[in-house]
Design a protein around this ligand. Structure first.
Ligand code: ADP
Length: 310
């Protein structure tokens, strides 16, 4: 079953800005999908249309088989949205915020309270249920946003930049949590510009650039496009006279006395290189990836797409 199917979706805002130039997008049920793109690419516009917050200019959107034009209520029922900004009433207790949301989707009060307990427990907020939202820490507020979005048991959870501006610990907790929600069967779509986030969690990605989808594939297919990775090797002893050269087919260059940089073609092992370096009396004491490979690929794809568009 397809969770989301978008065909030739276009959006031109009243001021003439063309935010979406006819995009196609498919997300399968159970998937964890990242919609990537720089600021202004059109991510929020696409999410806004799917969630009935923005009117499309043309094209079609189907969510779990329900057409947005023909049955917008059924589409809404399928979706839980976690927007970027906190938009709950800060002076309401958590329990009320979540239960009222379920009620808003037509869930009867007793059942709404039962689901509220379930959601607050899952998001580790049950102990705080009687506290006012304003008393929560930033990380807890984010979890509350997710609890509220899950209150009516949506099949599709959409998060707009879920970890924008949060610290490392909260980000990692959030990733664990989202993975768990996905494993329990909820399809997840998130927008992000943290490529690491997409790499850690998502099975499929779409990259949107200037209102167009320029990449739509599985994460592994996407990463396969990388031809080489770059590593920095830390040396035990200083090397002042190393001349950049090819060793065993690897391009090795000197960054400074204690660091070499090496380009490793895909599917090649570094063991061979380490042996060859050791023969030359060079001992490696540490190494790290010199670039975020996903980031590099992303930049390449953007550059290609700009070139193609003149
Ligand atoms: P993203 O979420 O990827 O940052 P957006 O969908 O917010 O991108 O924006 C896409 C384009 O549409 C941008 O050029 C933006 O300035 C424009 N835009 C977004 N919202 C509006 C609006 N309400 N009115 C006019 N232009 C808008």
């Amino acid at each position: 079953m397809t969770a989301l199917s978008i065909r030739n979706l276009q959006k031109t805002y009243a001021n003439g800005v063309v935010a979406l130039k006819g995009i196609d997008l498919d997300v399968e049920q159970g998937d964890f999908f990242a919609l990537l793109g720089s600021n202004g690419a059109g991510k929020s516009t696409a999410i806004g249309i799917i969630c009935s917050l923005v009117n499309k200019s043309s094209g079609s959107v189907q969510v779990f088989g329900h057409d947005l034009d023909r049955d917008p209520a059924a589409v809404k029922q399928c979706i839980g949205l976690v927007p970027q900004e906190f938009n709950f009433n800060q002076f309401e207790p958590l329990e009320e915020i979540v239960a009222n949301q379920a009620g808003y989707y037509g869930v009867e009060r007793g059942e709404a309270l039962r689901r509220t307990e379930e959601c607050l427990r899952q998001l580790d907020l049950w102990d705080k249920r009687r506290e006012m939202a304003r008393e929560l820490s930033g990380g807890m507020k984010r979890r509350l946003m997710i609890a509220r979005a899950l209150a009516h048991q949506p099949k599709l959870l959409i998060l707009d930049e879920p970890t924008a501006g949060v610290d490392v610990e909260i980000r990692h907790n959030m990733w664990d949590l989202l993975r768990e929600i996905n494993q329990q069967g909820t399809t997840i779509i998130l927008t992000t510009h943290y490529l690491e986030e997409a790499e850690r969690m998502c099975r499929h990605i779409g990259i949107i650039n200037q209102g167009e989808i320029i990449e739509h594939s599985s994460l592994s297919q996407f990463l396969n496009k990388l031809s080489a990775e770059c590593y920095e090797l830390n040396l035990r002893e200083g090397l002042s006279d190393f001349v950049d050269q090819s060793i065993g087919g690897f391009a090795v260059s000197r960054l400074n006395d204690l660091t070499l940089q090496v380009e490793v073609p895909k599917e090649q092992s570094l063991n061979n290189l380490f042996a060859l370096l050791s023969e030359r009396g060079i001992e490696i004491v540490g190494m790290r990836s010199a670039q975020n490979r996903l980031e590099q690929l992303y930049m390449d794809i953007l550059a290609n797409s700009r070139r193609e568009n003149g």
